[in-house]
Design a protein around this ligand. Structure first.
Ligand SMILES: [Zn+2]
Ligand SMILES: [Zn+2]
Length: 257
């Protein structure tokens, strides 16, 4: 792990409870772990871009990873002041790819262009081997040799928040806040289940999540009912945006997944 990886994320029960109780505008109403992880990730990515300019180890790791994965790279466009940092990162990545391409796809000594035109079994085998070698050269120049740094950090942040949630899920105050919240998105519900180590905690988690799921389910059913041509005159209620919230709930929020 890079030395600054967790530096910006002190964990606290109060932070989690506040996030469950209410989103900070303009954050959407969604899974609290999605919101906290996204907030933490935006700060961390900002740090990463800054560190890239001053820390050779960070530069090396980012280069080996060929930048960030698609969803985290696109988060960069949501942070102000990233233009120069992003340019420097991708300048470095593209330079590395070009250098690797040159090294790994250069024609071997002694290979003549005329061999490409020759006929016969041996010539065809040589051409097949040359194609395979070039493809492998391209693959190894382009493919990341390590996972996305932001993906690794996101998982650590999510696990910290989920572990805190599990530790306090029996607290009356937290349980009440959770019941009033949208609950965990399905990917984070599943991730929490993998982190829980005893059946009573898992039972509390299931009951809390099921309560939130059933409420969303009822809102979706109500939305569908009011969109039936026989009920089109009825006043729209809080179910109006349930279909949007259901996307976040089933898939995790926006660019986090
Ligand atoms: Zn989530
Ligand atoms: Zn990523």
């Amino acid at each position: 792990m890079l030395k600054w990886a967790m530096a910006t994320h002190p964990m606290s029960y109060h932070e989690l409870r506040a996030a469950i109780a209410r989103p900070e505008p303009p954050e959407p109403v969604a899974c609290p772990v999605c919101r906290l992880a996204r907030r933490a990730l935006l700060l961390w990515i900002e740090d990463l871009v800054y560190s890239f300019g001053v820390d050779p180890q960070v530069r090396r790791e980012v280069r080996v990873a060929r930048g960030l994965c698609s969803r985290h790279a696109h988060l960069l466009t949501e942070i102000r002041g990233m233009a120069l940092g992003v340019s420097l990162i991708h300048l470095d990545v593209i330079d590395t790819v070009c250098e690797d391409l040159e090294n790994r796809t250069a024609a071997p000594p002694g290979s003549a262009a005329s061999a490409d035109l020759a006929d016969g079994l041996m010539a065809r085998l040589r051409r097949g081997a040359a194609v395979a070698r070039l493809r492998e050269g391209i693959r190894s120049a382009v493919a990341p040799a390590r996972s996305c740094l932001a993906c690794e950090h996101q998982r650590e942040v999510e696990e910290l928040y989920l572990t805190t949630l599990l530790r306090h899920i029996g607290d009356a105050e937290l349980a009440a806040a959770f019941a009033a919240s949208p609950g965990l998105c399905l990917p984070h519900f599943n991730q929490a289940a993998a982190l829980a180590s005893d059946a009573p905690t898992l039972r509390l988690l299931i009951d809390a999540e099921r309560h939130c799921l059933l409420r969303l389910r009822d809102e979706l059913a109500e939305f569908a009912r009011k969109n039936d041509h026989r009920n089109l005159g009825e006043r729209v209620g809080p179910e109006a945006d349930a279909w949007i919230r259901s996307i976040d709930h089933v898939t995790a929020m926006g660019s986090l997944r």
